[in-house]
Design a binder for this molecule. Structure first.
Ligand code: 13P
Length: 252
């Protein structure tokens, strides 16, 4: 059975003190919740990964990295490898976020390499993709999403997919306050699941968690999460506020 997941992508936010405070508040808020088949993940900046992981040890909160380099090691100033993440006991990494694609030139080909490097180091991947507004307006959103998934993930083996979580994040809904409607999210998620089923098997596709990301807030989370193929959310802005993030967790 696929897991439900609420993941907070903190992006380039929070000081060390704020990061510790935020995770502590979330932890306090969720101690008495029954999280049945639900995972809670936070993705702080690289520099706080160890601190936050230490704070969350023994709690249901998991810690993920926001990115990594595709190379194993070498002269790549400022970069972080999969092995480095594993060496500090980080087991999950977000790859393919639209901000990485847009501002740092991460193409499908680069992402395919990153995916392979992460899997080779036994990291779980939250793989993000999604169309820009123009694609949606011109009715190309299914085609764009299909090619993003195909190019980066469809030469993986069926076994590899046990370490893949998909995150559909329409770029026009990220940080804009504009959310895909629950029906738009469901339509795309069902399309994605079908795509995976056609390439692999129905059974494999049924076991892949597909998250929605883009302006998820306490006020809209429940309706979005109620859709059959929406298995949770990748939350940006609202994950920086412990009360909002907790309310989103409760909505799942
Ligand atoms: P917002 O929730 O701020 O729209 O960000 C979504 C996102 O990019 C999560 O990765």
């Amino acid at each position: 059975m696929r897991s439900k997941i609420v993941a907070g992508n903190w992006k380039m936010n929070n000081s060390a003190k704020e990061s510790k405070k935020l995770v502590k508040q979330i932890q306090n808020n969720i101690t008495n919740l029954t999280l049945e088949n639900t995972r809670v993940i936070v993705a702080p900046s690289f520099v706080y990964l160890q601190k936050v992981a230490k704070k969350t040890k023994g709690s249901p909160i998991e810690v993920a990295a926001q990115n990594m380099n595709q190379a194993a090691k070498g002269a790549f100033t400022g970069e972080i490898s999969a092995e480095m993440l594993k060496s500090i006991h980080i087991d999950t990494v977000i790859l393919g976020h639209s901000e990485r694609r847009e501002y740092y030139g991460e193409t499908d080909a680069i992402l395919a390499e990153k995916v392979k490097a992460a899997l080779a180091n036994n990291l779980e991947i939250i793989f993000c993709f999604g169309e820009v507004l123009e694609d949606r307006k011109s009715g190309k959103h299914f085609e764009v999403v299909k090619s993003q998934i195909t190019n980066a993930l469809f030469d993986l083996s069926a076994e590899d997919w046990s370490n893949i979580v998909l995150a559909y994040e329409p770029v026009w809904a990220i940080g804009t306050g504009e959310t895909a409607s629950p029906d738009q999210a469901q339509e795309m998620h069902a399309f994605i699941r079908d795509l995976v089923a056609q390439k692999y098997t129905q059974h494999l596709a049924e076991n892949v968690s597909i998250l929605y990301g883009g302006s998820v807030k306490p006020s809209n989370a429940e309706e979005i999460f109620s859709k059959a193929d929406v298995d949770g959310g990748l939350i940006g802005g609202a994950s920086l506020n412990a009360e909002d993030f907790t309310a989103i967790i409760k909505a799942i």
